[in-house]
Design a protein around this ligand. Sequence first.
Ligand code: ZN
Length: 92
Amino acid sequence: MSYRPVITNMEEASSNEKSGLYEFILYLADGTVCRASYSRSPEWKMTNINRLQKTPCPVCRKDFICKCIESYKGELEQQINENQWIGKALAK
Ligand SMILES: [Zn+2]
């Protein structure tokens, strides 16, 4: 488990301001693309993340559904906070 995801871009995929639920697309440096679900209130919190099956999983190399990326949820969320990706994604 030496994989270290690095976020290179993040885009808003969908949002529902009334319910405070958002979806973002995360682009990682190795070409992996993920979709992250967020809840905005009381504070921004990642509720779910899954890999979009455009490229094989960077961890197990499978090209079908796996749950590997879920174990990096905390690390990805930390990167998003440190680099203020949510603000950047919503500003676009
Ligand atoms: Zn995997």
